[in-house]
Structures are given as structure tokens and as C-alpha cells.
Design a protein around this ligand. Structure first.
Ligand code: ZN
Ligand code: ZN
Length: 246
């Protein structure tokens, strides 16, 4: 499968770069993982948004769903949309107000994922784990059924041991790395060192830092994460539009 980074900042877009969103493709299947600010403009550079097969949302914070409304309008109003085709949007049901809004008449249909079991979605198997965050949010392990290749996405979360279990031996971990190593405040995201520790403890080969802060040099975060992760892990920084093969 291939992962394309559509946006990688946490909280708000900055200097022309959007917030969390990733396009995941295998064969002709296209899954949009989170739909942050700027996602639709970047998505158009890589595929026709009408060719998405599904959208999958980790949680309903604005930096993960900011472009969802305009994606729904795109599907509703675009005159090239195939008649009667409806885009499924998968989310959790722990916030009913947001969950209900995933349906937009004649355009998108809300679908609940079941966090306690393995969910089949197209060519993927999805496993979920509730994270430590101010609102319900789910880390997601996405396994390509045909190859067994695995992507683990922490979504937004403070560090806790369950993340390590869900990430075990994944081919790529995308980690919410919103703070530097020396940040001692209580926070709802990983520090660079915690992202590195997650990768080391889970025996993953590649760690992509994402959900980055706007005010800390990314290379500093990378070096801090790499020092903790050890030499068996390659720590990567994101760039908008970049694709990674898994
Ligand atoms: Zn976020
Ligand atoms: Zn969040």
C-alpha cells in the first residue's frame, strides 16, 4: 500500500501546509484517513476526490475533520459524480452530534466502526484502540489483507502502553508528535521522545513524525525521536504531498 501525506500539522494549518490527513491506496482502492484543513486541495493533486472509496476518521477535533464539509459538498454538487454513488465516512459513535453529521443527503453516508473487533474495509483489516485524549479518539492499525503489511496511526494521544501493543512490528507508524523532549507539562499528545520510545518498544522499522507543532524545528524533533528509538528504527519527517510505500 502507499501512504500520501496531505497535511501534517497539529491544531491549525501553517505556512501553506495543512493539518492531519493521509491518502492510503492499494490497487485502485483509495481511503482517506482523517480530513484536516487543506486536505481537499492537496488530495486533488493526487487523485480525483470522486474516486475515494471511503473516509476513516480517528476523532472529531477540527484539525482532523476541517475539510469534511467541503468534501461532502464536492460529492453532492460536482457534476461528474456518478449517479447514486455515495461516499461512506467511518467514524465512532461516542459523539453522536458529530457522528450524525457524517451523512449528507445524496453525497455521504455515516458508518460506525466497531472499536472492539477487527473491521473489514475494502482490502484492509482495521483494528482500533481508544487513546488518551480530551475527546474520544482511536488509534488505528490498518493491515493490507493481501500482503500483511501494517500501518499504525496513533491518532491524537498522550503516551500509554496500549499504543505499543497496537503498533507491534508495524511496517510504518505515524505518530502524533506535538511536543519536544523537554516539555514536562501534562499534554494530550506524544513528545518526540515518546514517539521514539513507541517505535523502539513496538519493534517497528519506520517511524513518521506527524501532527507537528508549528514552532519547534522539525529536525530537532527528529533527532530527539531518533536518539530514543535506536538504530533499528528510521525516523522520518513528513513533507506535504510525499508518498511512502509500505
Ligand atoms: Zn489533532
Ligand atoms: Zn485531537
Amino acid at each position: 500500500m502507499r501512504v500520501t501525506i496531505l497535511g501534517f500539522y497539529g491544531g491549525y494549518p501553517f505556512a501553506g501546509i495543512g493539518t492531519s490527513s493521509y491518502l492510503i491506496e492499494t490497487g485502485t482502492y483509495r481511503l482517506l484517513l482523517d480530513c484536516g484543513s487543506g486536505a481537499l486541495l492537496e488530495l486533488e493533486k493526487h487523485c480525483d476526490p470522486l474516486q475515494l472509496d471511503a473516509v476513516l476518521l480517528s476523532h472529531y477535533h477540527a484539525d482532523h475533520i476541517a475539510d469534511l464539509g467541503v468534501l461532502q459538498y464536492y460529492w453532492q454538487l460536482h457534476d461528474r459524480r456518478p449517479r447514486r454513488s455515495i461516499l461512506p465516512i467511518y467514524g465512532h459513535q461516542l459523539d453522536q452530534a458529530h457522528f450524525q453529521e457524517l451523512t449528507w443527503p445524496h453525497a455521504t453516508q455515516r458508518q460506525a466502526y466497531l472499536p472492539t473487533q477487527v473491521n473489514e474495509l475494502g482490502p484492509f483489516e482495521l483494528s482500533f484502540l481508544r487513546t488518551v485524549h480530551p475527546v474520544p479518539a482511536f488509534a488505528i492499525r490498518i493491515v493490507e489483507r493481501a500482503t500483511g503489511h501494517a500501518l499504525m496511526y496513533t491518532a491524537d494521544s498522550a503516551f500509554f502502553p496500549g499504543l505499543t501493543k497496537l503498533a507491534q512490528r508495524a511496517d510504518l507508524v505515524i505518530a502524533d508528535t506535538n511536543f519536544a523532549a523537554n516539555d514536562q507539562r501534562k499534554h494530550w499528545h506524544l513528545t518526540s521522545v515518546e514517539a521514539g520510545r513507541l517505535a523502539r518498544q513496538a519493534h517497528v522499522s519506520r517511524l513518521l513524525l506527524s501532527h507537528l507543532p508549528q514552532t519547534i524545528p522539525p529536525e530537532q524533533l527528529r533527532q530527539e525521536a531518533q536518539a530514543e528509538a535506536g538504530t533499528n528504527v528510521t525516523v522520518l519527517l513528513p513533507s506535504q504531498g510525499q508518498s511512502l510505500e509500505i
